[in-house]
Write a protein that binds this ligand. Structure first.
Ligand code: S3P
Length: 423
């Protein structure tokens, strides 16, 4: 894909459904009793991997008009899959499904693409093993492929060393199959979509501070899940509208859950004009329309508790910081090294290639913003968020920016280029 400096972004855009909530709708729908109807489901490759895994375990999932219908079979209704479960590129599928698989009465193998086979799974193997699960990394490298022999589980308390919603959700899902309550404490609060959705499906789950506690053997019942637009997808439009002079863009129906809204808080600190209109609650999740106007931005410091609330947005925030006046410091973001790619390394490389003054650090980077970006040829490394972030950079840079292997955006936003270039 080739990008050039863009005219202002005006009018409206509606981004696709939230990836995290779409995954969880399928998973909880599958182990609930009765039918779950999901609207605005994200039909990106990651969520389709989750559907494929549950279909392989005997769950009927159909598309009916605008709905996805999941015909759940209850907590103990999954069947042994015939063949290996394939999570594709999806860390959420791999880690969350492992929590469910650990408590089944069958064994199976779970794997994914080359990127998934390099991502750390020890973070779920350790707590699941403490619960009595029988889970191993087949190659002994703490990565997928994983072999999981379902068994009876013990409820535990786990102090997670990482603020990761995938780790937390994996443990809470396994906790439904345990013999007593299971609790997880994380260093900072990560996204809480699992907790909210578990509650609405009927689980006994409570959160206090950074600790969530779930009771075993809940009676889950199918629900209607209306998925809000994904703030992680909205992030590219927020950034483009802020950066391109004279832009004024309305982004409709965006999830603004406080465990996900760090990008809005950082943008405000950088001097952005973003108005939250028509705030409402939809299926327990806060939602709003965002009116974003071009704004001169200034550098900021991003660290600590806010990091998990904007972890997937850091690549595009780094692009904004490159265009802002002054210094931006990003700290405590070492998790970026173990995403779909090593995002810290790639961000520093690509921003440098575009003429930005940036220094990588152990857990983040220092960006001295304000130099005009220059077009460059950039590899996506098959990472959707790298491709989309640098597409935005390409709309503000001088000259031409070429993104190689650009079609990886189908992971979370198949129509991204159409929506971005139609503005
Ligand atoms: C996700 C959690 C985050 C995020 C990922 C989706 C989820 O990962 O980066 O894109 O749906 O739970 P971590 O839990 O590894 O931080």
């Amino acid at each position: 894909m080739i990008f050039e400096q863009s005219k202002p972004l005006t009018g409206e855009v509606t981004v696709p459904g939230d990836k995290s909530i779409s995954h969880r709708g399928i998973m909880l729908g599958a182990i609930a009793k009765g039918t779950t109807s999901i609207t605005n489901f994200l039909k990106g490759a990651d969520c389709l991997s989750t559907i494929a895994c549950f279909r392989k375990m005997g769950i009927e999932i159909e598309e009916k008009g605008k709905e996805i219908l999941v015909h759940g079979k209850g907590l103990h209704g999954l069947q042994a899959p015939d063949g290996i479960l394939d999570a594709g590129n999806s860390g959420t599928t791999t880690r969350l499904i492992s929590g469910i698989l650990a408590g089944q009465n069958f064994s199976c193998e779970l794997t994914g693409d080359a990127s998934i086979q390099k991502r750390p799974m020890k973070r779920i193997i350790t707590p699941l093993s403490l619960m009595g699960a029988n889970i191993e990394s087949i190659r002994g490298n703490d990565c997928a492929p994983l072999r999981i022999h379902g068994t009876s589980l013990k409820g535990i308390h786990y102090d997670s060393p990482v603020a990761s919603a995938q780790v937390k959700s994996c443990i809470l899902f396994a906790g439904m199959y345990a013999d007593q309550k299971t609790s997880v404490t994380e260093p900072y609060l990560s996204r809480n979509h699992s907790e909210l959705m578990l509650g609405s499906f009927g689980a006994d789950i409570h959160t206090e501070g950074n600790t969530s506690v779930i009771s075993p053997e809940p009676l889950l019942y199918g629900q209607e899940v209306a998925v809000p637009g994904d703030i992680s997808s909205a992030a590219y439009f927020i950034a483009a509208a802020l950066l391109i002079p004279s832009s004024e863009l309305l982004i409709r129906n965006v999830g603004i859950n406080p465990t996900r809204d760090g990008i809005l808080r950082v943008c405000h600190k950088m001097g952005a004009s973003i108005e939250l209109l028509n705030k409402r609650i939809q299926c327990g999740e806060p939602v709003a329309d965002l009116l974003v106007k071009h704004s001169p931005l200034k550098g900021t410091v991003i660290e600590g508790a806010i990091i998990p609330t904007l972890i997937d947005e850091l690549p595009v925030i780094a692009v904004m910081a490159a265009c802002a006046e002054g210094k931006t410091i990003i700290r405590d973001a070492q998790e970026l090294k173990v995403k779909e790619s090593n995002r810290l390394e790639i961000l520093v490389h690509h921003l440098t290639a575009m003429g930005c003054d940036v220094t990588g650090t152990e857990d983040g980077m220092i960006i001295r913003g304000g130099r005009p970006l220059k077009g460059a040829v950039l590899e996506s490394h098959l990472d959707h968020r790298i491709a989309m972030s640098f597409a935005v950079a390409g709309l503000v840079a001088e000259g031409e920016t070429e993104i190689l292997n650009a079609d990886c955006v189908n992971i979370s936003y198949p129509d991204f280029y159409r929506d971005l270039l139609q503005r």
